[in-house]
Design a protein around this ligand. Structure first.
Ligand SMILES: *[C@@H]1O[C@H](CO)[C@@H](O)[C@H](O)[C@H]1NC(C)=O
Ligand SMILES: *[C@@H]1O[C@H](CO)[C@@H](O)[C@H](O)[C@H]1NC(C)=O
Length: 283
């Protein structure tokens, strides 16, 4: 069989040789001293150009960064979206509070979480802070060092972890702590308090500490991490008074901040002024 492809192949080797030598010449051409098609001085100029070019860009970047940073204030954030509506969060940090009340291994993590969180509220430490006037904002715009109003954990009574070191978890009536996220300069109108409800037909009895679940005005405004270093947020403890009939079923509880101008029913943000969590006590 005669194959036309073979006959053309016979002519190829020479072509390849030529190609190879021109490729070699391209990499380094001994006659002209060119490397990759350029002489050493041409390459040097190119490197110099890019060095100056990128050096200039880096300089511009640093300069604009520096100018921007000069406009920032260490004490308050420059951009804040509509000062004022804090989210609510709970402790223990988990949204599902499910435990076997007769098994300390099961509720231990919740108790541990609460105990760790409340350390900063120890009465001994809080006594170093100010005794502020209840029911009034503690404004200190003119002071450089902002003082802190004391919030002793003993205010949380049965949920303080002092009289009942299990925070009610062993008796099947667990405590949950609710706090508002810090917002610099926030001064809530009215008298904010926490109201929790079980999302079911029958009402669920709850106990609030401090009484009526109030956040006192004295803990506002907050002046920011730097100026108000030792600030502690006020807390509201909610003790869910579950009974035997409530055990072994999942209960959804929603807590909202009420009695104030703070928003608590935003459709898009379900943590704005409210928080929902699940509780299930197993026996
Ligand atoms: C709860 O814990 C106790 C003690 O560990 C155990 O006897 C019991 O079976 C547990 N209950 C359930 C529903 O797991
Ligand atoms: C708490 O919320 C429930 C349900 O929205 C409402 O019926 C109840 O009156 C509220 N309690 C207080 C003290 O505001």
């Amino acid at each position: 069989m005669s194959n036309p492809a073979i006959s053309t192949k016979e002519e190829k080797p020479e072509e390849q040789k030529e190609n190879q030598s021109s490729w070699k010449d391209f990499v380094y051409n001994p006659r002209t001293g060119e490397f990759m098609g350029r002489t050493a001085s041409s390459w040097a100029l190119i490197f110099l150009f890019y060095l100056v070019f990128y050096g200039f860009l880096a300089g511009m970047f640093s300069l604009t960064m520096w100018v921007m940073l000069q406009t920032l204030d260490e004490y308050t954030p420059k951009y804040r979206d509509r000062v004022s509506n804090p989210g609510l969060v709970i402790r223990p940090r988990l949204m599902d509070i499910v435990f076997n009340r007769t098994d300390p291994l099961k509720y231990g993590k919740y108790v541990q979480n609460l105990e760790t969180f409340l350390k900063q509220y120890n009465d001994m430490d809080q006594e170093k802070n100010e005794l502020c006037l209840a029911g009034q904002f503690f404004e200190q715009d003119d002071q450089a060092e902002k003082k802190v109003c004391q919030f002793k954990r003993s205010l949380l009574r049965q949920c303080s972890g002092l009289s009942d070191t299990n925070f009610g978890y062993a008796e099947g009536q667990p405590c949950v702590l609710v706090k508002m996220n810090r917002i610099i300069g926030l001064k809530p109108e009215g008298d904010p308090y926490i109201n929790c409800t079980a999302k079911r037909e029958a009402a669920l009895q709850m106990q609030y500490f401090p009484s009526e679940g109030r956040f006192d005005k004295m803990y506002f405004p907050y002046y920011g991490k730097k100026a108000h270093e030792k600030y502690v947020q006020p807390l509201v403890a909610v003790k869910l008074l579950l009974t035997k009939e409530d055990y072994n079923t999942e209960i959804n509880v929603e807590c909202k901040v009420e009695g104030t101008n703070l928003r608590n029913n935003d459709d898009r943000d379900k943590f704005l002024g409210r928080v929902t969590f699940k509780v299930k006590v197993i026996e």
